[in-house]
Design a protein around this ligand. Structure first.
Ligand SMILES: Cc1ncc(C[n+]2csc(CCOP(=O)(O)OP(=O)(O)O)c2C)c(N)n1
Ligand SMILES: [Mg+2]
Length: 910
């Protein structure tokens, strides 16, 4: 290590502060200042404003070269942020680390090439990791904290999804994965087990922690994860102060709104535990990220403007000498004027081209490199491939602790090392194959000890256990607290309150006129106060507390704010005043469902990250859930998050005035597709309490990795006492709520109702009895989806075990001996109820709210969508006519008698 690079610790520390220091307003030399200002006045007068601007920019650039920047500058010259003189000394063994990295590169590439050659089209990605190998290796050898002795003290790392082969390759060398695992990359059903294409905790629960491959989700989840770590610390639940959050992402990925959408929050919340590493290889899938501009400069402006520390790692150390020699600033100017598309071109071209086109623009620059051979010019590296530069950047980022998050913008080459096979080419992203010659070249370039004869088969290579390489990497990981990534599969569980403990909450809600939203919030309040689990509850709300009647919780539990409350709230005299507190419990996220869901994901995985069973309770407008942020819910399922999602203001006709944009009639349909989500549409307060208590038991006491989704409506109606023995039915999906017998009944029918629409079924029951002498049973169906899953699971088992005693689903048990017709109605699309069609033992007809919503009264909406009592009555009579019990004329008469417009618009198309 050269002397010049070893700087005194104090000097480095001073520099760290310099990086982002605001301009001081203390004048320590008044005379000097006035001389400078007088010069400026003179230039302005004699040469005009353009010249002044030019000089200011020159001075700013000159200062930046020395590492002096003002927090107000959003753009700095296109050179490394950390000047050579302030670059921290590299403490590792460069040579061994280079060899390790080369082997990791080789196996990552071989994994994809072998998977491709084997056929089956499973493919993979080589180029992303090829560009980011140094960024990861420096992290693995020097920074990423493992879980440590207690198993829960590690850093949180969001790996760039497409770089997964590199992570597998390293885990193979560390002895954590076998050759067979690698061989079965993307062949997860192969005997012996395979490896998932990308980071999926669902598929590799003892390896991956966070899914990232849906672009943009990693970065936003990382921000809220970092904030959640602070929340745990501020609330005294866990000391997370030593745990960093790293997010590795692509430059193309920055175009996703989620990627940059929450960076302001990270700065506002002073998340200096957060580090973004953006792999700026200048390319995305189809071509350049910013062919005609510079992505690094653009991102620098955005992040600096948002209040982040920005560390640019653009040039490798081969450029240091040139930059130092160039006293005119012309080289930095040239670096700044070339656009990314052109830089990409330089990557693929020989040194002579670079000399002519890059340096050749100015004779002074040509002179600067006159002693450089073409070969040398070609080999001059980008900063992201220089371990010492990357190390210095990470060291600064991890030690800055200046109350700001940090982003590292590392310039790399996509497909680095692939040569003709794709280095810097537009096709690099989808490169999966290498011919024999290319493999040979790769092998030679990275010095992998594989013979010429063998190389064509792209065999895996693992140095012996006692080799320097394996010993070194294992030692480093040991020192840093163990392997990364890693996820424990056994988790602490906790005792939760029982339903019996909460009978008193049920009692309080009985015989009252209220909405299910009110019931949900009352249960939530009781849970937040609960002695056993209260402090683990994490109420999350995106600026809708007042809509859901939760404002009473502000004062009791406080709204989390790291800085506490620095102002006297305008409503301080009210009981429900807007109380912010450093130990506040409520995450009032503002208007961001994506941010709120990211908080849910952080809290919902605290059991595996931090060893604490935090209980997220996220309540939002149900229309803005599965539909708007479905991909984050999908990620929640993948990462095995636990918690409660509460779809507030739910139901296409239960939310009346708000209209088309707000009325949710389909989130339960969306939720069907999420295997870990158990969704419910409760009608009565006691059902709400039963489901929530069941969810607590299953997730936190029994350790099931799932999510409970409850619809909460704001339609006020009377809530009855809880009938005896209905708990099991509520949880499994349905129970008989009310029977109505009729003397000399003409028939008996079964009516299914859910949520607020259960009231329509109950009213229809009366009409059918009173007007048409038809007896009926009304069932409260709390979950079509749970019933369907159980029925389908039984059916499948029976299909595959033809000679054994058939299993009976809950639906079969509960409807045993019950005769149809069955008429179902809910506040959701008909497909929700139709899920049960194959399993209902008789004629089954489903009513629902297909079509676009609109503003109206609930009454008018229910008639429009045909889920009111009259619609259910007519549908029932029609099914009875179909069965021959009544005549078509009977139905026709009823339509007139009930004042029903048979020619009304079909709501499907209205
Ligand atoms: C939401 C989403 N849209 C599209 C894709 C498909 N996709 C995968 S990688 C990729 C390009 C990534 O480019 P970049 O972020 O620059 O990463 P690089 O591979 O260059 O490091 C695209 C479009 C995806 N995975 N997720
Ligand atoms: Mg890219």
């Amino acid at each position: 290590m050269s002397e010049s690079k070893t700087v005194a610790k104090a000097e480095v520390e001073q520099h760290l502060g310099e990086l982002t220091k605001p301009v001081t307003d203390i004048d320590i030399d008044v005379t000097e200042t006035s001389e400078w200002l007088a010069s400026l006045d003179y230039v302005l007068k004699s040469k005009g404003p353009d010249r002044v601007r030019f000089l200011i920019e020159q001075m700013r650039d000159r200062a930046a070269e020395e590492g002096i920047q003002s927090a107000e500058d959003t753009k700095t010259p296109y050179v490394n942020t950390i000047p050579v003189k302030d670059q921290a000394a590299f403490p590792g063994n460069r040579e061994i680390e280079r060899r390790i990295k080369s082997i990791v590169r080789w196996n990552a590439m071989a994994m994809v090439v072998r998977a491709t050659n084997r056929g089956g089209g499973v493919g993979g990605h080589i180029s992303t990791f090829a560009s980011s190998a140094t960024l990861y290796e420096i992290g693995y050898n020097h920074f990423f904290k493992g879980r440590g002795e207690d198993g829960y003290s590690g850093d949180t790392i969001y790996f760039q999804g497409h770089a997964s082969p590199g992570m597998y390759s390293r885990a193979f060398l560390e002895g954590r994965l076998t050759e067979e695992n690698l061989e079965n990359f993307r062949r997860e059903l192969s005997p012996g087990g395979g490896l998932s294409s990308y980071p999926h905790p669902w598929l590799m629960p003892n390896f991956w922690e966070y899914p990232t491959v849906s672009m943009g989700l990693g970065p936003i989840m990382a921000i809220y994860q970092a904030r959640f770590n602070e929340y745990l610390l501020d609330r005294g639940l866990k000391d997370t102060s030593g745990q960093k959050v790293w997010a590795f992402l692509g430059d193309g990925e920055c175009d996703e709104p989620e990627t940059l959408g929450a960076i302001g929050l990270a700065a506002r919340e002073k998340l200096d535990n957060l580090i973004f590493v953006i792999n700026c290889n200048l390319q995305r899938l189809d071509g350049p990220v910013r062919g005609n501009a510079k992505i690094i400069q653009e991102l620098e402006s955005i992040f600096r403007g948002a209040g982040w520390n920005v560390i640019k790692v653009i040039w490798g150390d081969d450029w240091d000498h040139l930059l130092a020699k160039d006293t005119t600033g012309l080289l930095a100017k040239r670096m700044n004027e070339v656009v990314d598309g052109q830089y990409q071109k330089y990557t693929g071209m020989p040194g002579s081209y670079i000399r002519e086109h890059f340096f050749g623009k100015y004779p002074e620059l040509l002179k600067l490199v006159e002693n450089y051979s073409d070969e040398k010019l070609e080999k001059m590296r980008r900063g992201g491939h220089d371990p010492e530069k990357v190390y210095a950047a990470y060291k600064t980022a991890t030690e800055l602790n200046n109350g700001k998050p940090t982003v590292i913008l590392a310039k790399t080459v996509k497909g680095y090392g692939l040569g003709e096979a794709g280095e810097g080419r537009n096709v690099a992203h989808n490169q999966k194959k290498m011919n024999e010659e290319e493999l040979l070249e790769f092998r030679t370039r990275f010095g992998i000890p594989i013979s010429d004869e063998e190389v064509g088969k792209a065999p895996f290579y693992k140095p012996p256990e006692n080799s320097q390489e394996v010993k070194y990497m294992k030692e480093r990981r040991e020192l840093l607290g163990g392997p990364v990534p890693s996820r424990p599969t056994e988790h602490p569980t906790m005792e939760v309150p029982t339903l019996d403990d909460y009978r008193k909450v049920i009692k309080k809600l009985e015989n009252k006129n209220l909405s299910t939203t009110f019931a949900v919030v009352q249960t939530l309040i009781a849970l937040c106060r609960d002695k056993k689990i209260g402090k683990y509850m994490v109420p999350i709300v995106p600026d809708e507390s007042r809509t859901f009647g939760m404002e009473g919780m502000f004062r009791q539990f406080g709204i989390y704010a790291h800085s506490g409350q620095l102002y006297e709230p305008v409503d301080s005299e009210l009981v429900t005043y807007y109380k912010e507190a450093q130990d506040g419990q409520i995450l009032e996220e503002g208007i961001t469902e994506a941010g709120s869901m990211s908080s849910f994901n952080a809290a919902g995985t605290a059991y595996s990250k931090h060893g604490i069973n935090m209980i997220p309770f996220f309540i939002y407008y149900s229309m803005f859930g599965f539909q708007r942020i479905g991909d984050l819910i999908w990620a929640a399922a993948d990462m095995r998050a636990k918690g409660f999602l509460i779809g507030g203001t739910a139901g296409r006709t239960s939310l009346n005035g708000e209209g088309l944009q707000h009325q949710d009639g389909h989130s339960l349909l969306n939720a069907i597709a999420f295997p870990t989500v158990r969704s419910y549409d409760p009608a009565f307060a006691y059902e709400v309490v039963v489901i929530i208590m069941e969810g607590l038991k299953k997730m936190y006491q029994e350790g099931e990795e799932c999510i409970y989704y409850l619809m909460a409506e704001n339609d006020p109606y009377d809530h009855p006492e809880m009938p005896e023995g209905c708990e099991d039915g509520i949880i499994k999906g349905m129970y008989r709520y009310k029977s109505r017998d009729v003397d000399n009944a003409r028939s008996r029918v079964q009516l299914f109702g859910s949520g607020a629409i259960l009231n329509s079924a109950l009213a229809a029951q009366e009409i059918l009895a009173e007007k048409y002498q038809i007896a009926s049973d009304v069932w409260s169906v709390t979950s079509y989806t749970q019933l369907r899953r159980d029925a389908a699971t039984c059916e499948r088992w029976n299909l595959l075990h033809p000679t054994e005693t058939p299993r009976k689903s809950y639906l079969e048990e509960v409807l045993d001996g019950v005769e149809g017709p069955f008429i179902a109605a809910s506040d959701y699309v008909r497909a929700l109820g139709e899920q049960l069609a194959p399993y209902i033992p008789g004629d089954y007809y489903v009513l629902g709210t297909d079509g676009m919503g609109r503003s109206e009264t609930r009454e008018a909406l229910r008639r429009h969508f045909e889920v009111d009592a009259e619609s259910i009555t007519i549908a029932t009579l029609s099914r009875l006519a179909k069965a021959g019990v009544l005549t078509p004329k009977d139905v026709q008469d009823a339509i007139s008698e009930l004042g029903y417009d048979a020619e009304k618009t079909d709501p499907y198309f209205a």
